[in-house]
Ligand binder design. Sequence first.
Ligand SMILES: NC(=O)C1=CN([C@@H]2O[C@H](COP(=O)(O)OP(=O)(O)OC[C@H]3O[C@@H](n4cnc5c(N)ncnc54)[C@H](OP(=O)(O)O)[C@@H]3O)[C@@H](O)[C@H]2O)[C@H](O)CC1
Ligand SMILES: [K+]
Length: 535
Amino acid sequence: MQKIVTQTEMYALEHAAVAHGATWEGLMEQAGWGVAQVALARLGDPKGRRVVVLVGPGNNGGDGLVVARHVHDAGAQVALYFWRRQFAPSDANWQRCRTRGLAETMAADDPTQTSLRKLVAEADLVVDALLGMGTSRPVEGPLAAIIATLQPPRRPLVLAIDLPSGVDAGTGAAPGGAVCADLTVATGLPKRGLLLYPGRRLAGTLELAILELPHDYLETTMSDLLRAAEVQPLLPARPPDAHKGSFGKVLVLAGSLHFPGAAYLACAGAARVGAGLVTLAGGRAVLGSAMRLPEATLLPLAEGDWGAVGPGALAELNKALPNYQALVLGPGMGQGEATGEFLQRLLGLETPKSRVRVGFLIDSNSDEATENAAPDLPPTVLDADGLNLLAKIEEWHERLPRERFVFTPHPGEMRRLLGVEQLPADLVATACEAAKRWGQVVVLKGATTIIASPDGRNRIHDGANPALATAGTGDVLAGVIGGLLAQGLAPYDAASLGVFLHGAAAARVRATLGDAGALASDLLPELPRAMLELR
Ligand SMILES: NC(=O)C1=CN([C@@H]2O[C@H](COP(=O)(O)OP(=O)(O)OC[C@H]3O[C@@H](n4cnc5c(N)ncnc54)[C@H](OP(=O)(O)O)[C@@H]3O)[C@@H](O)[C@H]2O)[C@H](O)CC1
Ligand SMILES: [K+]
């Protein structure tokens, strides 16, 4: 499993490695040697190739000096450009470069970067070893000017060691600008900032230089990179003697007059990942969606305002719910008052008192519990308007039954759930803390999607795809996760596999249609193909 680390976790791992007998110098040698191998593979025959290494003041610069030595020893012509690094005889890696006679330029002697521009213009490869995990503030002044000499379009290949200089290792932020690399070789383990935007974009292709780190430290709360190997075992089995009842039933409550298509997309998403039966619940507004998917059954519900679902729908819905193994709630359902009241009562949140009566609804029109007493909800995906309506309910997270929901917010919905104007910079920590506090699985959607479990586990999906930036793709994802929940996956696994399959289907769409013009519904036929590919 590929772990992703914060600076704190990485420094702790390095200390643990030293406690187990490694040396700092040895770790740096391993890191630099690993990076040099990637550099040499990119350079092809190193003879006569020109390499410039930009060396900063810290250990990232130290890695750069190790790379410089190995690339020189392999036959390339290496020049060193130092920024804020003072020579000291104890700097063994610099000393080794001096012994080899590598050319040196000091940034302090090149205030207008004239020498640097010439070096860069003649180089085949620039190695960025200015700053790594130690980046602690926005880039400015001479450092910004040095970084500016690497601007595209005319420039050599740029390889960043560990992180592109200027990218925050924890959040991926680059407030003062940063090196825009063609590839980044992470040392030991990839840092979170390499997966989060804009860091992910600035890093280019990601590669890894292996460090020997003590593995028992890897199994704590570090993030996992969501990859095929991790999710493949989660695919539900399809025994030959199976029947539709084997794969669960999903109830989808989605769509409204304004968003009729959301219902279709969510239902079809659930069906396309193998749910046995999908039922669409709603008023006349969603009839069109039901017609588009003849395989779905329909649960007609009493309508509130403008065809939206209102509290009158509860009786029918509660009767039906025990027959379903998963519920998808919210895509395009609207945010009208009646729908809000419906949701509040469906979730048992109509009065603070109901906290102690989870699973039973009180009909506010009657003094006593009605015969419509609600069953416990099955595992439920709460998405889009469902989340927006939930966010309006006072103290919702203290009163909602825990470990029952997968929340699938995009950043705007996440802000509303958290009740903040702006999301904190550290999105992984934000998703993880929310999942813990709310007791629900949180899928924080974005170019990089974060899946966080209440128990602290979290997975990061590196699936940016411009083809996905179109209306309705979130509705498909909600349906996909619902379809997997119905097949018996635990919420965290259903969310993880769902995000992976959705991303894999999107990659297939992009491969045939390109970056623009794909429709959310184009994902649907690709979902079974993505599953087939994964099996
Ligand atoms: N620890 C190990 O054994 C290994 C580490 N590896 C590599 O080391 C770096 C992390 O090294 P570190 O020395 O902690 O940090 P950096 O080299 O990234 O940089 C620290 C210096 O940078 C200055 N700084 C930070 N931000 C800025 C900024 N925006 N502008 C100017 N200067 C900045 C900071 O100086 P101060 O002024 O704050 O004192 C530091 O001096 C890691 O990324 C790996 O590459 C090896 O890979 C493995 C072994
Ligand atoms: K760097």
